[in-house]
Design a protein around this ligand. Sequence first.
Ligand code: ADA
Length: 561
Amino acid sequence: MFTLHQKRACRLLDGRWDFTYLGSDLSPEFLEPASLTFDDVMVVPSAWDAHPAYAGKRGTAAYRISFDIPPGRKAFLRLRGTGMWNRVFVDGEELRTFSLPYSQIEITLPARDFSQRELIILNDNRFDPNRVPLQFNFYDFYAYGGIFRSVELHLVPDVHIHSAELDAPEASTGKVQARIVFAGEVPLELPLTIFADDHIVWQENAIIKDGAASIDFQVPEAKPWSAKTPHLHTIRIETAEDDFALRIGFRRIDVSSGQFLVNGQPTKLLGYCRHEAHPQFGPALPLQQHAQDLQILRDLGCNFIRGSHYAQDPEFLHLCDEMGFYVFEESLGWGNVDEKQFANPTFHSGQLEQTRLMIAKSRNHPSVIMWGYLNEGGSDKPYAANLYRELYHLCKSLDPSRPVTYASNRALTDLCFEYCDVISINCYPGWYSGDPDDPRPLPQIHKALDTYLEHLHSVGQDQKPFLLSEIGAGAIYGWRDPLNARWTEEYQADYLELVCERVVQDDRISGVSLWQFCDCRTYTSVGALGRPRAFNNKGTLDEYRRPKMAYKTVKRIFRKK
Ligand code: ADA
């Protein structure tokens, strides 16, 4: 696994933690950790309600672990991703309460004069528009509780490297522009050494202004990064007492005259939307599952993945960097249309905060080629435009190097296209539409795509790439039937054949992320009458990654390209 630090004392707190489920008749905001007794175990990472013992429960759970930190040492935790709502205590002191599902956050640990430290995380998976403003049970994927991703413990010297933002657009020059951010009692100058692939490429006193140093350096023998040639260069930044490493890819993404250009080459994006989900693990996917999924996507001939609908596991993005995939990463959202949500200040601030955290986490991954937010939000509602504008400008200000988009399911009435560089359209012609007496409304697919393309031309938006960010049909794994109608594997295969052939042949369509890679759990509500098994069954594979008939169809067409 790629390690970020050699000099810094840094380790994962993954593995066995104490655990207890506290039920749903208490208010976790007021709970005293000292009162807790832990009667079970839970592994971190985990979604506790993916465990049969806790399946379907909605309430408060508590995780606990102890670890040693030398007295007086500064330290921080990095939680790579958690579910719904968390309240964090260290040594009985409350440090942070947050509801930022799937977001990576850092918590500073106060120095103590003793060594054994105790971390307790209260985790609550109940829906509450005020306590959990970003996640709702009408989203079409099951919301779990838990500590979904690894927890890192970093012991840091007083002055340490907090983060680094590196831009490396051109392999031909090998030039890197770095902005290195420090934390602690930062001096005005600091001796710094920068290694590129173990060669010293910069070694001077860094001038520090407002806690950061801007440094340009050159990587010798720089090679370009692309999905076809995923060359990575390892950059290590060292001070006398600390270090920080990352991998970069020399690549430039441009969007012009309706196309994606990677290093100046027009590139058709072919792939899938993928949830981080599995029946055994919920969203807490082990690295092995990420690797298996990417090997399947590679076998299908894909070069593109839309990480729907939340910030992605950094380990998954490391694999995408190494194996060569383009990623559309978006912050959490699903069908947020209600005016009350847009009027809710905690929804508004939460959307901005989680999008900022996503970019901070993923900014240096060459595989991430565009940022997104508010999947199928109310982009045709005047009251929503303000948040779309703020999110767009937030992304552009944090990272001018990548195009910004949002997946819209209201192409013909959308009011926010000025707040995106790529037009991403979700549509399901021939699935959610069609006459009752027509078992196979496949002709609706081309008609709908023609309508969208003509409309975008008429409103002057066809200079931006048109991405089919969702399109697909459901199929029940193993269901075959002479009607070859909806829910059969045959209909899904015929449907995706029409879509994939159209995408590959039509230069006005810059790419597709089919909905979806594999089936995933959703809710057993009345809405489930359209979700057999309470799963979203539009996967080309089922939830255990067993391929349906459409697998061969998509593979044949994508690989031909
Ligand atoms: C929407 C949504 C997806 C999924 C899809 C479907 O486009 O963004 O998450 O719910 O519809 O299966 O209908």
